[in-house]
Design a protein around this ligand. Structure first.
Ligand code: ATP
Length: 246
């Protein structure tokens, strides 16, 4: 299987057996650029974490790209108070290559410096990461993704709370990764941005309501269906009893 492909087969993801993602099947093709959209609580972050191997399926399967995925978590999920210099945050991106206990050589440090420069943070090497603005911090996390050099890149709300310039710079990086043939999956709420910039979309409302070309997925009818499903959700969904996973 191509290292940049991910296949989902009847995938159900739960929290305490309550479904967050419900019987979803489909494929992120190698080199594809896909937006994951849907209402709050639709299961988008849970799906991304599962793709990254951080959340085990309740039923069904995720195949492909194991260990070769870079994940940008939602900003709210990142502990920014951790006392660490910017260069060291970026160097975490080399863990996949060096492991936890091998020294990072001069070449690694040079790559980390180059990644900082590529995201507009040249000269920030020794700055404590906790002292950065939200936009600078997001640039820092993109520098770490650059160093990870993974065939699959997952981004959870990458442009949230960013000014137009920062968002445009980081969006350009997303397109660069796409141009390099990487598979990119991004959770997004800005549907205008998705229509303009993302050729493929997956519309999630726990169930998959559409997955394919963005214009065919983000129809008024599909969006209305997603909204109605979200309004009908109980705060605590019933445990999923369907066990007929493939
Ligand atoms: N750690 C957790 N423990 C229990 N339930 C959780 C946990 N994380 C998420 N959930 C629940 O799973 C469901 C899906 O949450 P998830 O964060 O995946 O949705 P989302 O589509 O990313 O939402 P948003 O757009 O608000 O970020 C929600 O009902 C949420 O309350």
């Amino acid at each position: 299987m191509n290292p940049a492909e991910i296949r989902l087969t009847d995938l159900t993801l739960t929290h305490a057996r309550r479904p967050a993602v419900h019987h979803v099947s489909g494929r992120f093709a190698p080199g594809s650029l896909t937006a994951v959209v849907g209402p709050n609580g639709a299961g988008k972050s849970t799906l991304l974490r599962a793709l990254a191997g951080l959340h085990r399926p309740e039923t069904g399967r995720i195949e492909g790209a194991a260990g070769q995925i870079a994940l940008l978590p939602q900003a709210a999920a990142v502990d920014r108070a951790f006392p660490i210099a910017c260069l060291d945050v970026v160097l975490f991106g080399l863990w996949g290559e060096t492991g936890a206990f091998r020294a990072i050589g001069r070449a690694g440090r040079e790559r980390a410096r180059a990644a900082l420069a590529a995201v507009g943070l040249a000269g920030f090497e020794a700055r404590p990461a906790g002292s950065l603005s939200a936009g600078q911090f997001q640039r820092l996390l993109f520098a770490r993704l650059l160093l990870q050099d993974a065939p699959v890149i997952l981004l959870d709300e990458p442009f949230n709370a960013l000014d137009a310039r920062t968002a445009a710079d980081l969006l350009a990086m997303v397109h660069r990764w796409h141009g390099e043939g990487r598979t990119v999956v991004a959770v997004l709420h800005d549907l205008d941005l998705v229509r303009r910039e993302f050729p493929l979309s997956l519309l999630l409302a726990r169930d998959c309501l559409g997955w394919g070309p963005t214009a065919e997925v983000l129809t008024a009818a599909n969006r209305l269906r997603a909204r109605m499903m979200a309004e009908a959700w109980a705060a605590e969904p019933e445990p999923c009893e369907r066990r007929d996973a493939a």
